[in-house]
Design a protein around this ligand. Sequence first.
Ligand code: 5AD
Ligand code: SF4
Length: 473
Amino acid sequence: MGLRHAGAPVVMTGSTTALSPSRRGLHVITWGCQMNVYDSARMSDVLRPLGYQSVDAPEAADMIILNTCHIRDKAAEKVFSELGRLRKIKEARKEEGAQTIIAVAGCVAQAEGQEILTRAPYVDIVLGPQTYHRLPEMVARAARAGGAVIDTDFPAEQKFDFLPDAAAPQTPGNYTAFLTIQEGCDKFCSFCVVPYTRGAESSRSVTSVLAEARRMAESGVKEISLLGQNVNAYHGEGPDGTVWGLAQLANALATIPGLSRLRYTTSHPRDMDDALINAHRDLPALMPFLHLPVQSGSDRILRAMNRGHTADEYRDIVRRLRDARPDLALSSDFIVGHPGETDEDFEATMQLVRDVTFAQAYSFKYSPRPGTPAAGAPLQVPEDVKDARLQALQALLRQQQDAFNAALVGQTIPVLFTGEGRKPGQIAGRSPWLQPVHVSGPRHLIGQELPVRITERLTNSLGGTLVEETVYA
Ligand code: 5AD
Ligand code: SF4
């Protein structure tokens, strides 16, 4: 499974700074999963020594990076339409005598590199997710040659070994952070492009992960979300030369002073081993919220998808997880309308949802990705059938999400406050289950984890009051 792929683009920008003449403006547009958000931050890191600083407006940028996502439909078209917009900015700046480097990064760049240079010749750099540590060299080459540079290798060197100190992006005031520990996927689900765009599974060493986590904690980060396309397939080299799994890594991370919350995403049911399930029992820092994509509840379709487990095996994993950590809530990904999916198969998915109950989930209509096995499979499901199934599934999932949120009203739960709320006098944070929570409270509580009594359920968040208010006043 991949990571979160929200439809709306995430636009990452830093604060606009008045740039001194030696400084250059960098504008990064990030689409897709948290892995891309992390990669964008690292690309900014490697460019910082070259004088690049984040700017909010693309019009003020000497370099614009479009970090793309290829997981679902029309990814390439979306990229070309955005590039059309960036081209206009580049041309307007050129008239004023300013040069603008346009780089396309991420999974669309990996999959369609040559096509991008052909259709959008004003693009200067195309780089895949495995080569962003080489970005400074590419920028130099692009500036020198004036021609386009393409680098979509799967290089032998590990990009993480070539990245600058990752403490740099942890600006004070960030209480939550992402940390990529694993990349790529060898699972080859029938529908998915990730094995082709992100390459084979590889894990960072334990030493480098722990060092980055320590730096994050020292800069004030309280909650770390470990990232990987197949994060629970993590198998990093341990300091003792043995291979460590995710459970062992989580145990070590939990000892870092100041880190009170750990999460990991995204996991595959096949890699949910006993050690990891036990870690949910033994480590209070491991948050009781797990994104565990199942995709379908039908054994026939799970087989066709090459998922490597049955619906009952998924139910069993969930049961063992909940035995280990009774307050654990689940999130998942579903695909409706995979080739060959019958009404009966779809009903099996609905039944699995009823049996497991999810606090939150993402569901998609199957969309063929060129080059993947399912794209050429017979028995493609008609669009109107996919629509009807998606509606039915989403209605059920929404009901479960509402029920989960409603059940929290009246309870007291720990909230990690991360910033100001929407209304004046409010502060906001997140629950153990990742719901946003708003309370009335003073700003100096931001950065602390405090008990909150939940009083109301809003559309996409919870409202509450600080417990023992007088103590914090
Ligand atoms: N069609 C629809 N959904 C897909 N996903 C991945 N590939 C496809 C596709 N071809 C979904 C899966 C995955 C999530 C990140 O995106 O549910 O878990
Ligand atoms: Fe996830 Fe399967 Fe895609 Fe791998 S191939 S990223 S396991 S959906």
